[in-house]
Design a protein around this ligand. Structure first.
Ligand code: AMP
Length: 327
């Protein structure tokens, strides 16, 4: 019988047993020793063009390192090159381990963690099948405990990325819901529905990945399809879209157990003004936008956006390619 790509035997990264409790234990330990900065965040629910959107105010973001200067790369500390035992949750992947699971030092919700490549690989290069398989294996490991993970990836100057060593970020969805009053769910889960996409002011491309069994090659095929669409939205009809090496655009990727989504990015965000029209900050968005989440660093931005949620919609309209469904 002929073997199709989906039923070929491919090595899959072994699932870390009990991953949710492994992450929870490492997180509590590191918060107690102050290795991880986590301050409870304020959170509120906004309605952005009928989409429930959560706004978070996280003071810990204010102490995050700035992106490396291209002129001084040697001076830049790479937290994923050789994670300390306090930050390392577990090495991961087929032998020798291809990836590490590490805690995020600036957690936006409890148990925010990171999947980084063991050896240095550029964040701006296209993801490989084993990156996607490893991320999906984490989603699967949580699903076995009836828990959900939201995975995101920021790549390129306009994507909200800050670290050049390749990494995807993982957020336990139940922790994203904590403290919220009202109905909210991960936006990416609904993005295969054109009616949901139509409500957004930016173009986003999404596919159902349920049923791919977490197969890395299959996930990469879908990823490249979405990436092609994103490139075409930014570059026009592009005949020369490369599927290896450096990505040709900035973008964010999101993955849940059933959906993969890619949003091409043109800017990182936009200004925030108070009710007197004075600039009080800048709303910068990364891949968490595909969860239906925006994070602010200052109390002034937090107050201004709660008073005038339409500013969030305006910024969303600037971060990517204007949505053709709305034109
Ligand atoms: P990005 O901004 O998408 O490149 O993601 C980099 C992530 O690394 C951010 O979410 C940071 O909070 C996180 N981070 C920065 N420094 C460290 C560190 N020393 N250890 C662990 N995570 C870090």
């Amino acid at each position: 019988m002929a073997t199709t790509p989906s039923n070929k035997m491919r090595p899959k990264p072994p699932l870390p047993p009990n991953l949710p409790s492994l992450v929870a234990t490492a997180f509590s330990r590191s918060v107690a020793t102050k290795t991880v900065n986590f301050y409870p965040t304020s959170v509120t629910l906004l309605t952005i063009n009928s989409i429930p959107f959560q706004l978070r105010y996280s003071p810990s973001l204010a102490s995050k390192p700035k992106p490396p200067s291209v002129t001084t790369p040697k001076l830049f500390f790479n937290p994923f090159a050789s994670p300390t035992p306090e930050m390392l949750i577990t090495p991961f992947g087929t032998s020798p381990p291809s990836h590490n699971l590490v805690l995020n030092k600036f957690a936006v919700v409890p148990e925010h963690f990171i999947l980084s490549t063991s050896a240095f690989k550029p964040q701006t290069h296209l993801l490989e099948a084993d990156d996607l398989a490893a991320a999906y294996a984490c989603i699967d490991a949580y699903a076995r405990h009836n828990k959900e993970l939201f995975v995101f990836f920021n790549s390129g100057d306009h994507s909200g990325a800050s670290q050049p060593h390749r990494h995807l970020q993982l957020l336990p969805v139940e922790n994203m819901k904590e403290g919220l009053e009202g109905e909210w769910d991960v936006l990416a889960k609904g993005l295969t529905d054109p009616n949901t996409r139509e409500k957004l002011p930016f173009e986003v491309f999404a596919r159902d990945i349920d049923g791919l069994g977490g197969d890395g090659e299959e996930l990469r095929r879908v990823y490249l399809e979405l990436y092609n669409q994103a490139c075409e939205a930014v570059l026009g009809v592009a005949e020369d879209i490369k599927h290896e090496g450096e990505a040709q655009i900035s973008y964010n990727l999101a993955m849940t157990n059933n959906t993969m989504a890619v949003v091409p990015r043109l800017t990182e965000g936009g200004v925030v003004k108070d009710k007197d029209g004075q600039e009080v900050g800048n709303l910068a968005l990364n891949g968490t936008v595909l969860a239906g989440t925006a994070l602010v660093r200052s109390e002034m931005e937090w107050n201004a956006l709660r008073e005038d949620p339409d500013q969030v919609y305006q910024v969303l309209g600037r971060i990517g390619v204007p949505n053709r469904a709305k034109m």
